[in-house]
Ligand binder design. Structure first.
Ligand code: C2E
Ligand code: CA
Ligand code: CA
Length: 564
């Protein structure tokens, strides 16, 4: 066993023999190189081991002793995971006992009467060296936190299984902890480590029932290479149950991605896909298990294509800004009051691509600012145009992505945009999704406060889908709450959703901000919201997101109605 102290301190050897003369003889031989401690029988030896906190490099163990003999010591050491790694040289006069001792875990033996001192020293030195070398390898081989293989060893062994056992079909399973960085940030690293250990233990227990190996990469990424299984839902459930049992009320959620065995696909490739699948399961508490199948594969190919095509798309102006109006429903008839700019990609070969397809993709790799800059510029230019054309100002909100908010040039870019197009700050509103608020609250609040001090209005998007607490809300600088669509969807026949909507309206009124209800598709939903006091509505009921020209037609219609 290697200890950090063993580099600058002499190694410790425990000599166990009931005969004082033997103890003395060995002590004399060893003491020049080692710190020697002694015990008269097995029971004392175990006490010494504990007393020295297992910091013992070698045990020289007599077999025949009163109270507790050497065999009993070997047996106890074998049964104890920590003690097992301390090497033992057995001292014996009987040839017949040697084999048994070796079988019981002894590393070597020295026959009595003792050899010349040089031989004893050489044997002791060699055993210590061997054992420490083995320990070094074992340390690198295993991740100390989870006890599973570390990354390189995991892949090495997975490759061996793949190469030498083509008859066995192994699936690649990737297992992650949802928002692990938050768990660490909130509870400390030590707590995070106990979570990882718990998962490691349960993974080991699973592997004991099937065939396979497991490893942990950096952070919370577990990899399991195990025999084919048709349904991983119960496997994920048992891991989740173990975590729930270990950390009650911890709200720790696991997610899993699986790439099933495929002829001729090596572990590295399999795990690439398993990780992709696991990424898709992110944030989905209903379905935290995703299997990499043909559909997912096609989707990956599409994403690759979109990444390749992004720059040419900007150059060729394939992106279009659509507008979806927001209506004030407390007026009769409802009044067009503003709009949201939503991007569309008119791809020359793939046709119209929805932002749901490419926004998360570009958010994931930092390219989103290319898209967002385009939308902001285009929206700002068109707002200015319309102001001139219709003589009224109709504010438009644009979406900010998480990474936009943390971009140090954001404020300058927006300020320039306003100046270049001769706009007022309230002409261009900014939508920031609720989940961004919980991620890096301090920095976000600073940026948002700065934007507001300039005169920008901030709408909190998808409110109710994230985790902001009431406590956080009251300190959040916002001007509008946009209620997440999911509340509206079932508002007509789901009592709970209706109550939640009322609750959100109450919160907003407490904060003194108006609410926009998104996703309103029919008059039933509209009436419930109107009666509950909701101010603004955006949804297919009034209009889908439409191209700029169609949106202008809506404005013209509005102006016409007002005049009459
Ligand atoms: P979001 O900001 O929550 O936008 C609202 C989404 O709901 C839009 O989807 C809109 O078309 C859709 N929607 C509106 N009314 C209804 C309705 O009555 N029923 C249903 N079922 N859906 C409705 P879209 O345009 O596909 O955009 C999806 C998401 O993509 C947006 O969600 C937003 O997060 C993101 N996005 C869109 N444009 C941009 C952009 O320019 N920049 C960034 N960063 N994100 C954008
Ligand atoms: Ca939005
Ligand atoms: Ca939204």
């Amino acid at each position: 066993m290697i200890h950090s102290t063993s580099i600058d301190k002499r190694r410790r050897v425990l000599v166990v023999d009931d005969q004082e003369i033997n103890r003395d003889a060995l002590e004399v031989i060893l003491c020049e190189y080692y710190e020697v401690i002694t015990a008269e029988n097995g029971a004392q030896a175990l006490e010494e081991i504990e007393k020295n906190d297992l910091d013992i490099s070698l045990i020289m163990l007599d077999l025949m002793m009163p109270v507790m003999d050497g065999f009993a010591v070997l047996e106890r050491m074998q049964a104890d995971e920590r003690m097992r790694s301390i090497p033992v040289i057995v001292l014996t006069a009987e040839k017949s006992a040697e084999l048994k001792a070796l079988q019981m875990g002894a590393s070597d033996f020295i026959t009595k009467p003792f050899d010349v001192p040089e031989i004893i020293l050489a044997r002791a030195g060699r055993i210590i060296e061997l054992c420490e070398g083995r320990q070094l390898i074992s340390n690198a081989e295993h991740d100390p936190v989870s006890g599973l293989y570390s990354r390189n060893f995991f892949y090495e062994y997975a490759n061996r299984l793949y190469t030498y056992h083509p008859e066995l079909r192994f699936d690649a399973v990737s297992l992650n902890v949802e928002q692990f960085h938050l768990i660490n940030a909130l509870n400390g690293r030590q707590f995070g480590d106990t979570v990882l250990k718990k998962i490691g233990d349960e993974v080991k227990a699973y592997l004991a029932e099937t065939e396979g190996i497991a490893g942990r990469m950096e952070g919370d990424q577990f990899m399991i290479y195990c025999l084919r299984c048709d349904d991983y839902a119960p496997v994920l459930s048992r891991f989740q149950a173990a975590v729930d049992a270990g950390f009650s009320g911890g709200g720790i959620h696991l997610r899993m991605g699986v790439k099933p065995w495929e002829e001729g696909v090596d572990p590295v490739m399999l795990f690439d896909h398993a990780r992709t699948a696991c990424g898709m399961a992110r944030g989905d508490f209903q379905l935290p298990l995703v299997v990499y199948d043909e559909k997912l594969h096609q989707r990956e190919l599409l994403h690759q294509r979109l990444l390749n095509d992004l720059h040419i798309a900007v150059e060729e102006r394939q992106f279009k800004v659509f507008y979806q109006p927001k209506y004030n429903i407390q007026c009769q008839p409802p009044k067009l009051s503003s709009a949201e700019a939503l991007i569309r990609w008119q791809h020359p070969e793939l046709g119209m691509i929805s932002p749901g397809e490419f926004i998360p993709l570009f958010e994931g790799n930092g390219l989103i600012h290319v898209v967002d800059s385009f939308v902001w510029c285009e929206a700002a230019r068109q707002i200015a145009e319309r102001k001139k054309k219709f003589g009224v100002s109709l504010p438009v909100s644009v979406n900010l992505s998480r990474s936009d908010v943390f971009d140090s040039t954001l404020i300058d870019r927006l300020v320039d945009l306003i100046a270049e197009n001769g706009l007022d700050y309230h002409d261009l509103k900014l939508e920031v999704t609720e989940s961004a608020y919980t991620e890096n609250a301090k920095q976000l609040l600073d940026v948002v406060a700065h934007l507001r001090s300039l005169g920008f209005e901030i709408e909190m998007d998808d409110f109710g889908s994230g985790y902001s607490s009431l406590n956080m809300l009251s300190s959040m600088p916002i001007d509008v709450l946009k209620m997440d669509m999911k509340f509206v969807r079932n508002i007509e026949n789901n009592e709970t959703d209706r109550k939640l909507v009322t609750l959100i309206l109450d919160i907003a009124s407490y904060l003194g901000v108006p609410v926009v209800a998104e996703g309103v598709e029919n008059s039933g939903q509209l009436e419930i919201l109107r009666n509950a006091g909701c101010d603004l509505v955006q949804g297919y009921y009034f209009s889908r997101p439409v191209p700029a020209e169609e949106f202008e037609a809506l404005i013209e219609k509005e102006i016409h109605t007002e005049r009459n």
